[in-house]
Design a protein around this ligand. Sequence first.
Ligand SMILES: [Zn+2]
Length: 98
Amino acid sequence: MKAEIKCPSCARWVSNEGTHCPHCGSVLDRNVLLKEERAKRAVPETPKKKSRIELFLDRTENSDKPFVILFRKVVAFFWAIYMAVLAFIVWLVTLAAG
Ligand SMILES: [Zn+2]
């Protein structure tokens, strides 16, 4: 059955015969969408967006500039403290919530 459906992502009219939008690559078929989402969830990688600090640490990981290396160490140090405090707060909230 050939019909035109509106892509939920780019709002263009596309044939419903394909499983993906030819314009933006979005999944059109609900079954495929569900399957892909399940596959995504199976991946152990965390889906949350990286913060600027994490991106900075990633970008400077293989730098050979002494200043960048030093700066990266300082940032990584404070980032570790920040994450530790965050984890502590989460732990406190969990404790308070019972
Ligand atoms: Zn599209």
